[in-house]
Design a protein around this ligand. Structure first.
Ligand SMILES: [Zn+2]
Length: 679
């Protein structure tokens, strides 16, 4: 074996991991060594003869996890999400339960917990500043929530549950990816593709060719609403595509039921009624009752709006002489027609003005320059983990700030959706500057064609870059509380705020330029696009809330209430899902939840009982957008205030406190209700 690149810090700029030197055989030994190193350090802390202090206990614990283990974990989990293979999947299956057991060895170490408690007891007399205090509070909370106060039997059971949950989560996610690949729809008659643009047809032909089959292949993304449903004129193909998309999940039914039961048991072991209550207790929401109440209130208005939209769609169908009732696979197609008829908006006409690099450089990066003084230089000399992962150096008023890696195209080896990961964590303790990666699933153009993206892709680019900014602008002392390490129902807020620049006139004028001529998009087209964006809030809110309420429903069960899978676990899961949506008043046959249970990746990982976070964060987002508008919009002064009070703080102080410092008061919900038409 060549020398393992994870065993020492990278000597590349910003400690960018040396991807070219990494082979699959390096991961497992590095994980094993990293865990051993940390346990040795933790034992030394727990058995220290000196009396416990903040430095020799809390800071020492913080340092214990920063070596080999951190380096390999950040690289591995990014790679396994964005460019996996059978070997990596096997490594994930092996290492996930081991990492869970490793975490438990630390959290359930009684001598270590006793020292943390001792420091906690003295916290008022230690002269800690707010970042120190936050770190101490996070560790103490993590230990208590991790079962440190349980008796020996309770600890043993909890540890067994955590290990099994880790196994189940990797199984669940690997199944989702293989289902996405299996559910691709094969088309052999070109006429069926009527309505698609040449670029989309070319992309489908390339996808077929890549798998060595004739004709065209419509690949899946993970959402219930396939993006091509809005273009396909052939109603039969629309139905086939829709059913393939939402019919996934049978292979995950048993795993899901088991995960839900184990989580319910874990919550009760730790003194909570159910898992939703356990999760909410450590979020800004505070308790599951408040979440349920708020979601229920929004659901009613959303469905009312969606029904009104459905009636408008049916009118178009009838006017066309369609003679059929609106079905789920018709919704996107006719919504597009309504946008065109009502607002004159033609998405195809906008497309040539949405070239990926222009959107990114002249839109996303441009807004960050105006707001924060950041500039970007592509570093073709620095290698990513895949040929399509490009690296930019980021400068802050000319000073080196960090690296941004962008990996935009979809491929069979990439998980669905879009996300941001850190590759190097910013910290004053270590002196490390941030390196972050954005992953998207933009359909790759066929060879030689420009990468023209959709309006949804544009939103996602701004959104994910908002997470990247939260990472890049972080100026925190401790890795544990830096960058995006905030409660989940807060973390989507900065990314959502960044979406506001997508249609900000100055930004739009800068990036919406014709990919061939460089000509600006006509003002009328832009105005139509903005107006048309207001149609469809009912659908968007309903599909989102469907998923959020479904996630809550699964996790509000006590262990006894979790249904038994019997002979047909998929039928059991589907029946539960239907009833949960009906009970929540959000069920509409024409609108599937954004994710159905069997392909709801969020609930296998960190967002279990936390999918409500998006709308929770959006309350802060909408309130913040109001502030920017009141203060004159996209200016350095506004950006610097947002950065100083909020973005740079990461999770190093209480997030609601940072919000108050930014806004001068608590957030109010009115701007959100206004935006989504939910009054
Ligand atoms: Zn996000």
């Amino acid at each position: 074996m060549t020398e393992n690149p994870f065993l020492s810090p990278s000597d590349l700029p910003y400690q960018l991991p040396p991807f070219a030197a990494v082979a699959n055989e390096h991961y497992l030994p590095a994980f094993e060594q990293g865990m051993a190193e940390q346990l040795e350090a933790v034992d030394a802390i727990a058995n220290d003869a000196e009396a416990p202090t903040f430095a020799n206990t809390v800071v020492a614990l913080e340092r214990s996890g920063l070596g080999t283990l951190k380096r390999v974990a950040l690289v591995f989990f990014n790679k396994n999400s964005s460019d996996t293979d059978d070997d990596l999947n096997a490594i994930e299956s092996e290492i996930s339960p081991k990492l869970a057991a490793h975490a438990d060895k630390i959290l359930l170490n009684p001598a270590l917990f006793a020292r943390i408690e001792a420091v906690w007891e003295q916290r008022g007399q230690l002269g800690l500043d707010e970042q120190d205090e936050r770190l101490l509070e996070r560790y103490r909370t993590e230990f208590v929530r991790g079962g440190a106060a349980l008796d020996a039997d309770g600890k043993a059971r909890l540890s067994a549950i955590n290990t099994e949950l880790a196994e189940l989560a990797s199984k669940f996610n690997q199944q989702i990816l293989s289902d996405i690949n299996d559910a691709a729809v094969h088309v052999t008659d070109r006429a069926e593709l009527d309505g698609l643009g040449e670029d989309q047809i070319g992309a489908a032909a390339s996808a077929a060719k890549e798998r060595g089959i004739e004709g065209w292949l419509i690949t899946q993304s993970n959402f219930s609403r396939h993006p091509l449903l809005e273009d396909l004129k052939d109603r039969g193909l629309r139905e086939r595509l829709y059913k393939a998309t939402i019919g996934r999940g049978a292979g995950n039914a048993e795993t899901l039921l088991r995960m839900v039961r184990l989580r319910a048991e874990k919550a009760q072991l730790l003194g909570f009624e159910h898992f939703a209550a356990y999760i909410a207790a450590d979020q800004t929401a505070g308790n599951a009752g408040i979440i349920a109440e708020r979601l229920a209130g929004l659901a009613e208005a959303s469905v009312r709006n969606a029904r009104r939209e459905a009636a408008e769609l049916q009118e178009v169908i009838d006017a066309d002489g369609g003679g059929f009732e609106l079905a789920a696979w018709d919704w996107s197609f006719y919504a597009k027609q309504v946008r065109q008829a009502k607002f004159g908006f033609d998405a195809e006409a906008l497309k040539p003005y949405l070239e990926l690099d222009r959107v990114l450089v002249d839109g996303v990066f441009h807004a960050a320059e105006k707001e924060f003084g950041l500039t970007f230089e592509e570093r073709k000399d620095l290698e990513g983990y895949h040929p399509e992962a490009r690296v930019w150096e980021v400068f802050d008023s000319g000073e080196p700030l960090g690296l941004f890696v962008g990996d935009f195209f979809t491929r069979d080896s990439k998980k669905g959706g879009a996300w941001m990961n850190p590759l190097v964590v910013q910290s004053e303790l270590t002196g490390d500057k941030p390196v972050v990666v954005n992953n998207l699933n933009i359909v790759k153009p066929s060879e030689g064609q420009p990468a023209l993206v959709t309006v949804d892709n544009v939103t996602t680019l701004f959104h994910e870059f908002g997470h990247a900014l939260h990472g890049l602008l972080s100026a925190c002392r401790y890795p544990k509380t830096s960058m995006t390490s905030t409660p989940r129902d807060f973390v989507e807020y900065p990314s959502q705020v960044n979406e506001m620049w997508e249609d900000w006139p100055e930004v739009t004028a800068n990036y919406m330029r014709h990919y061939e001529t460089g000509e600006a998009a006509p003002a009328e087209l832009i105005a139509q696009w903005k107006a048309a964006g207001k149609f469809g809030e009912g659908f968007a809110s309903t599909e989102y809330l469907g998923a959020a309420l479904l996630d809550q429903a699964w996790h509000r069960l006590t262990p006894d209430e979790v249904p038994d899978g019997g002979d047909d676990p998929f039928a059991v899961v589907e029946a539960f899902e239907r009833k949960a949506l009906e009970d929540a008043g959000i069920y509409m046959p024409e609108i599937a939840p954004r994710y159905r249970s069997g392909y709801f990746a969020h609930i296998s990982i960190g967002y279990a009982a936390g999918y409500y976070s998006y709308i929770w964060s959006e309350i802060l987002d909408a309130d913040t957008v109001e502030w920017f508008k009141e203060q004159g919009g996209l200016t350095r002064e506004n950006g610097d205030h947002f950065r100083a009070t909020l973005l740079s703080k990461g999770g190093s102080i209480d997030p609601m406190e940072s919000y108050r410092r930014f806004r001068g008061r608590d957030a109010v919900i009115d701007p959100l209700l206004e935006r989504r038409g939910l009054r």
